[in-house]
Each structure stands twice: as structure tokens, then as C-alpha cells.
Design a protein around this ligand. Structure first.
Ligand code: HEM
Length: 129
């Protein structure tokens, strides 16, 4: 029983919270842009979002020995932060106002990607401990 409550306190709850902060963060930025009459800005957020995600791939390059510099642990942390932040900007960029199924599918795929990245993070943490 203590093992199970440990799992909830250490992995399940933080995982749900981080996913919720992601979605709530995107909605809050979106609301802020609406409030400040800056919805147009959202159109440009896709560019830094993509750049952040490209920047996050340093970990993969290091792991596959395509590059040989950089501390893998730090690069993995950076991958998590940049991937999270880049996806957040892209989610705001979509503005969740599109009428085509393809747009919804792309956002859904990105959310699955974030949930999978977060799951990997917590699984790695648990495997290490
Ligand atoms: C759009 C955003 C993201 C993309 C495109 C992405 C892509 C990838 C790729 C390609 C790998 C495989 C690396 C390799 O083996 O070469 C990976 C691994 C991983 N990602 Fe992400 N990721 C994203 C976001 C995230 C986020 C937000 C997190 C966590 C907060 C995360 C955590 C991880 C973890 C823990 C691994 C496994 C590391 C390992 O075992 O070597 N990712 N990701």
C-alpha cells in the first residue's frame, strides 16, 4: 500500500499537474493575447515554437553520437524544457480555432507527443530510483 501511494505522490500526480499546466498555460496565454488585442501575435508564435523544438533535438544528436559535445543529462533536461516550451507556443499558435479535421488531428498528435514525453520522463526517473 505505501508503494502505491508513493507512486501516486511521486509520479502520477506530478505527471497530471505538468500536463494540466501545459494545457492551462496555453489557454492563459491565448486569453492574454485576446485581452491585449494581440491575437495576431499568435500567428508568429509557430516560428519560435518550431525553433525551440529543433533546438531540443540536441539530446537525440548527442545520444546517437552525431555530436560529441554536451553533457547528456543536461541535454535531456534541455530537451524536456525546450520541447515543452516549443509545443506550448505551437499550441497557442494554433489558437484552437480551425475548422478542418487535419488541424485538430495535428494538435491531438502533439498533445499525445507531450504526454508521451512526460511519461518517458517519469518512467526514466522511476527506473533510475
Ligand atoms: C514536440 C516536442 C518533442 C519532440 C519532437 C520530442 C522528440 C523526442 C525524440 C525524437 C526522442 C528520442 C531520442 C533518441 O533516442 O534519439 C525523445 C526522447 C525523449 N523525450 Fe522527447 N520530444 C518532445 C518533447 C518532450 C517533452 C516535453 C518531454 C518531457 C517533459 C520529453 C521527454 C523525453 C524523454 C524522457 C525521452 C527519452 C530519453 C531517452 O531514453 O533517451 N520530450 N523525444
Amino acid at each position: 500500500m505505501p508503494l502505491r501511494s508513493n507512486l501516486f505522490a511521486r509520479e502520477v500526480i506530478p505527471f497530471c499537474l505538468q500536463l494540466a499546466v501545459f494545457v492551462i498555460g496555453a489557454l492563459a496565454i491565448e486569453a492574454l493575447l485576446h485581452g491585449l488585442n494581440g491575437v495576431w501575435l499568435g500567428r508568429y508564435l509557430g516560428i519560435p515554437g518550431v525553433l525551440l523544438i529543433i533546438g531540443s533535438s540536441g539530446y537525440s544528436l548527442r545520444k546517437r553520437r552525431i555530436i560529441t559535445f554536451g553533457n547528456p543529462v543536461r541535454l535531456l533536461r534541455l530537451h524536456e524544457y525546450l520541447g515543452w516550451a516549443g509545443s506550448l507556443l505551437i499550441l497557442v499558435h494554433t489558437g484552437v480555432h480551425f475548422n478542418a479535421a487535419l488541424g485538430w488531428l495535428a494538435v491531438l498528435a502533439m498533445l499525445v507527443n507531450i504526454a508521451s514525453g512526460l511519461s518517458g520522463k517519469f518512467l526514466l526517473h522511476r527506473a533510475r530510483s
